[in-house]
Design a protein around this ligand. Sequence first.
Ligand code: 3PG
Length: 209
Amino acid sequence: MSDLAARMRRAGFVPVVTIERAEHGPKLARALVDGGLPMIEVTLRTPAALDALAAVLGEVPEAEAGVGTVLSVDDLGRAASIGARFAFSPGFTPELLAAGAKAGLPFIPGVATAAEAMQARSAGYRLLKFFPAEQSGGIAALKAFHGPLADLAFCPTGGITEANLRDYLAQPNVVAVGSSFVAPAADIEAGRWDRITERARKVRALIAG
Ligand code: 3PG
């Protein structure tokens, strides 16, 4: 197992966050770290995302923050240049698989089918994002992948909730789950950091319990 996969397994949960204002980045990261969730995926869905991530990396060293929603080789290059600790994509292109192998940060391509998992595996990837997890067969699909593709590990995201996260984490091929529910956009925009910490603590307790 790669170092990142091992750290992801310890974290158990990767909050997926979308940040509209860069100055919210460190406050949000602090709220998540305080709640016991130090591994954070900052989606590249807003113009402020990379500045927010850079601020997190500079100001909240306890956070292990990377990017999500990597759609192009340029996205990957920008993330690597600011020191993102990892990069998730909802899928992959042949160009991204090639670039990800020499990107200078761990790249985690997204897959939803066995054929996609095999393509990523052929390019050398063993840690994959399973996306969109619930919509693509959820836990039953992960169980089915584990037979023929036993050397692959997954971080499922898409439809993960408090109600199903423990069942996902119980799968032998799941290292962690990711979800946006811990830090919803409305709470970030309103600066309701205490609510985010509270939700993070609840997730931490669910994982531990
Ligand atoms: C992602 O980018 O991984 C997803 O948008 C997260 O899915 P969720 O919003 O259903 O948690």
